[in-house]
Design a protein around this ligand. Structure first.
Ligand code: C5J
Length: 225
C-alpha cells in the first residue's frame, strides 16, 4: 500500500495511505465568504466563515508538502442557468435578496467565472490541482469527480470547507456511500450557524464513524510531517 500516516482522530485513529489520499477543499468562494455574494443574499452573517481560513491555509500547505492530490470545488452555475433547477432558483424568501444569476457587487451571483464565484486568495488553487464546478451542494452530483478520483487511485479523502452542514457534509456523505474513507478537518470548516457545525461534526463521527472521522488541523499536520 506504500507510505502511510496515522491521524489522531475521532472516534478512533485514521490511517491514510499518502499516495491514495486527496484533500478536498469545498467551496472556499467569495460568494459564501464575502458581502455581496450568495451567502449574504440569503441573509447570513458571512464574516463568521473567515474563522476557518487560517486553519485551512495550514492544512493546504501540509497537504501540498506531503504531495497529496488537492481538489477544490466551486458551487457554480453556467451563465445560461441551464444547470439550475427551478427549485434552487426560487428557494429562499428573504427580500430584497438577489437570486442566482442576478447582478451583485462581485458579479452575477453563483455564476461560474464571475469574480464573486472565485476561490478566496488565501486558499486559491495552484497548478496541478483540480478545480471542480458543481451545480449542487454535493461534490459528486453532475461533476465526474468520482471517476477522476478513481482514475488516480484515490481511496481516502480529507475534507475542509464551507459550509459544514451543507456542502461539506453533503459531499462527505456522497463520498462515504461511494466507498471513500473520509475525515473532516474540524477547524478548517465553518458554518453561518456554529451550532449546526458542532452538530454536523457529532453526526459524522457518531456510531463508530458512520460517515467518517474528525480531527483538527494540528493532528493532520502531525501525521503528514
Ligand atoms: C450553501 C455551501 N450553503 N457551499 N453552499 O448553499 O455550503
Amino acid at each position: 500500500m506504500g507510505r502511510g500516516a496515522e491521524v489522531a482522530a475521532q472516534p478512533y485513529p485514521y490511517n491514510l495511505p499518502l499516495e491514495h489520499t486527496a484533500l478536498v477543499m469545498i467551496d472556499f468562494q467569495r460568494d459564501f465568504m464575502l458581502e455581496g455574494g450568495f451567502g449574504a443574499t440569503l441573509g447570513n452573517d458571512v464574516g463568521i466563515l473567515k474563522s476557518c481560513l487560517p486553519a485551512a491555509q495550514r492544512l493546504l500547505a501540509a497537504a501540498r508538502s506531503a504531495g497529496l492530490f488537492v481538489v477544490h470545488t466551486l458551487e457554480a452555475h453556467k451563465p445560461d442557468l441551464s444547470d439550475l433547477p427551478p427549485s434552487k432558483l426560487h428557494r429562499g424568501n428573504l427580500p430584497p435578496g438577489l437570486r442566482i444569476g442576478d447582478d451583485g457587487s462581485m458579479g452575477r451571483i453563483l455564476i461560474a467565472g464571475e469574480h464573486g464565484n472565485g476561490i478566496m486568495d488565501e486558499v486559491a488553487p495552484i497548478e496541478g490541482e483540480l478545480a471542480v464546478h458543481k451545480p449542487g451542494k454535493g461534490a459528486f452530483w453532475a461533476t465526474g469527480l468520482h471517476e477522476k478520483l478513481r482514475a488516480r487511485g484515490i481511496s481516502h479523502l480529507l475534507f475542509a470547507g464551507v459550509t459544514t452542514e451543507v456542502c461539506v457534509q453533503t459531499s462527505m456523505r456522497e463520498a462515504n456511500d461511494r466507498g471513500y474513507e473520509c475525515l473532516l478537518v474540524t477547524d478548517a470548516t465553518a458554518s453561518y450557524f456554529p451550532a449546526f457545525k458542532e452538530s454536523a461534526i457529532e453526526m459524522i463521527r457518531a456510531q463508530g464513524g458512520i460517515v467518517g472521522w474528525t480531527a483538527d488541523t494540528a493532528a493532520v499536520e502531525a501525521a503528514l510531517a
